[in-house]
Design a protein around this ligand. Sequence first.
Ligand code: ATP
Ligand code: MG
Length: 449
Amino acid sequence: MSSSTVPPPPGSPVLRISGVNHHFGTGDTRTQVLFHNTLEVMPGELVIMSGPSGSGKTTLLTLVGGLRTLQEGQIEVWDGDRGDYRTLRGTPEPELVHVRRLIGFIFQRHNLFDSLTATQNVRMAQRLRSTTGDPDADARDLLQYLLLGTLDIQGKPQKVRFDYKPAQLSGGQRQRVAVARALVNRPKLVLADEPTAALDANSGLAVVTLLQNLARTRPDDELAALVRSGEDAGEAGRLADWQVPLLRQIATATGTTSLIVTHDARIMNLADRIVHMERGRIESNVVVAERLFVRNGLRQSAAFAAILPEEQQKIADELLVGVHPDLPVRPDQLAAHPGRVEVYDPGQDVLRVGDPVDEHSKFYLIRRGTVEVWRAPEGEPLRKVAELGPGRYFGEVALLMDQPRNATVRAATRVEVYAVDRATFDRYKTVSRPFIDRILENFGPAGEA
Ligand SMILES: Nc1ncnc2c1ncn2[C@@H]1O[C@H](COP(=O)(O)OP(=O)(O)OP(=O)(O)O)[C@@H](O)[C@H]1O
Ligand SMILES: [Mg+2]
């Protein structure tokens, strides 16, 4: 891949799907299978797409890859060589070829060439690169890492498959050759449809870890945790010691984004974003880091600490906007999830001391930025008592006590807050009432904002 590849502008996705519908058949047999699908995928994300059979996953993936004509809506794929998006709607075939060149496909029908060996199949797809280095060695390194070379998962010598033709390989081995072929050019976008379906736990994990390491370098201790003994690995699979350095070496070009259809729960644990489809619709789109961030934030507050983890998760999920907490929320993303996140400019008050509490009052979790908490002890002027940053909450005491706000909370920077509405708050307050009473007895209502 040329070194002049540029990433999309900060905060912009590599892939944007908007309002995509799709129909199969004509006349009386015309059936709609995709409905209003909208999704953004950020650079370097590993996205898992799940959903029941027939829900439209493969159809959506083939549309994204330019393998099927886009009928309604728009799909944009970032072309780092051109420094612009390529749009897929109404795009003539010769231009679709350019789109397909940006993408590494790992599909069920892997279309290996029967007359070529494993290595030759990988080399076939390899484009000439300006980088020094031996392309043949690169193909073999990939195959070696994918357990088709000299060593097995235990590090013991095994029969080398480099020179086998597809007919002499098992289904899973063929699939791994197809993975090597899809990744040999280090594409910036990988589309994979059940890439581990025919694979055992070990080689399935190897494939996903490779995709993850092409997206960004993972710390050594994280990788080391995936190197386990056979017994420890159990159902989850493992990497071998010897695979780790090879993995690093293969994954020198980083920034690969992957969209993977899978039912494999083990792989879901490695996802950055989980998209679930039902009957042709994207029913949920969860950024795993955001989900954790919100749940951990809520959990610290007395009102939510005592409720069941499933309930905490439910409230957290009602607040998500599908944006990583490291990134600001854009106005269009705010509008797509009204009421979940509020934005304040520096100096603006989120709450004022003495504000009455009513059905519109909220409880807040800071997503980005810093707020100042100002309090006025008994007739004295307001005094700054605290600064709170991301992951901290405020506004709880007034809702718990049904009393006016006891502090002014002011944005010190541009601030984004998740807002839990009164109804939700009260629903859970009853559940955790005894716990809250204990807290209040200990700390008194002045303890928190
Ligand atoms: N070429 C086609 N012609 C007509 N209908 C089709 C065609 N391909 C898919 N469909 C229909 O579109 C719907 C979505 O199919 P799709 O293959 O996208 O589902 P999927 O989510 O990938 O399912 P699976 O998990 O079984 O692979 C299904 O109802 C299917 O029957
Ligand atoms: Mg499918």
